[in-house]
Design a binder for this molecule. Structure first.
Ligand code: PEP
Ligand code: MN
Length: 338
């Protein structure tokens, strides 16, 4: 349920409605808007009797939110959410680029990559310290040591740092090193992790699960929002289909419905989405054209020697060409590359 307050409703009337909602054992989420305040209600297992609130001073109307996700829905929050990070942001009018290697391999390759990316105008550096690998025999990431490298390199080159947190027990440690916490595709429905990250003070990048529907994805986002973290960015990274010409099937068709049903920013990862570096540029361009708010791209100084995801990691010259193409198209699309 959404309570829409009258345009001139003074603060004491808004406070009274919030108090009444809480007396009912429910949670109130006041959302001040450009013209009026709305108050979202969550926590009810059955429909709320509208007469309890409808007659209160300052209340204009009550709107039933029909979707199972509430705080993530456009019904409850009409305006696009802007998620701000040091040096960059996700939202209307901008196109954010997150780039870096799949894994933090060592300090010198991170420094080399960060310097190159900064010279390309990139503001957000990625790199995995905790790696979710299909095989237990594959490189698992350097863990805490990897986080230290990321933090030092990010600070040195003035780049915001984005990295994955795989387990609830690691949230504090990752939060201390990163500017944005990534929840990987395999963990999209790890509800314990979602609840822990909801309590973190950093923005979250929530990847779509490998077989998740739009509703399941937005319900995962709902866990973060309901737990108190409102800074959520969604990331489409390809889903599992029968197709075997690419690693995953990058589902750009989900961008328009995400925009229709949710106010959260959404970006696209064409690296994991395709699995091949030569396919990344066309799909990155398509993501921008489809209305995505940014991209996440894997780049490596020597991709054929990468410890993970080498085949989909771009070389520096390829990435430079990608940025030139993105900048041209972004101008046409009315977006500033950030
Ligand atoms: C990654 O970004 O390196 C990663 C493991 O992504 P995903 O969770 O989408 O597979
Ligand atoms: Mn990867």
């Amino acid at each position: 349920m959404l309570v829409v307050m009258q345009r001139q409703a003074p603060q004491p009337q808004i406070d009274a409605v919030v108090e009444r909602i809480e007396e009912l054992g429910l949670k109130a989420h006041p959302m001040p808007g450009a013209t009026r305040t709305a108050i979202g209600i969550t926590g009810n297992t059955a429909a709320i009797d509208p007469s309890v609130l409808a007659g209160m001073p300052g209340v204009l109307e009550l709107i039933r939110v029909t979707k199972p996700y509430k705080l993530a829905s456009r019904e409850m929050h009409v305006d696009d959410t802007v998620v701000r990070l040091p040096f960059s942001q996700f939202g209307p009018g901008t196109f954010a680029v997150i780039a870096g290697p799949c894994s933090v391999e060592n300090e010198s390759m991170m420094r080399e990559t960060a310097k190159f990316l900064r010279d390309q105008g990139v503001r957000l550096l990625r790199g995995g310290a905790f790696k979710p690998r299909t095989s237990p025999y594959s490189f698992q990431g350097h863990g805490e040591k990897g986080l230290e490298i990321l933090r030092a390199v990010g600070q040195e080159y003035h780049l915001g740092v984005v990295t994955e947190v795989m387990d609830a027990s690691q949230v504090e440690m990752v939060e201390a090193a990163a500017d944005m916490l990534q929840i990987g595709a395999r963990n999209m429905q790890n509800f314990t992790l979602l609840k822990a990250v909801a309590r973190a003070s950093r923005p979250v990048l929530l990847k779509r699960g490998i077989a998740a529907t739009l509703e399941e994805w937005l319900m995962a986002a709902e866990y973060l929002l309901a737990g108190g973290n409102k800074q959520v960015v969604l990331c489409e990274r390809g889903v599992r289909t029968f197709a075997d010409h690419s690693r995953n099937t990058l589902d750009l068709s989900i961008i328009p419905p995400v925009k229709q049903y949710s106010h959260l920013p959404v970006i696209v990862d064409p690296s994991h989405g395709t699995g091949r570096r030569e396919y990344v540029t066309p799909m990155a361009m398509a993501a921008l054209a489809a209305g995505a708010d940014g991209i996440m791209v894997e780049v490596h100084p020597d991709p054929d020697r990468a410890l993970s995801d080498g085949a989909q990691s771009m070389t520096f010259p390829q990435f430079e060409a990608l940025m030139a193409s993105i900048r041209k198209l972004a101008t046409v699309m009315g977006r500033e590359v950030v």
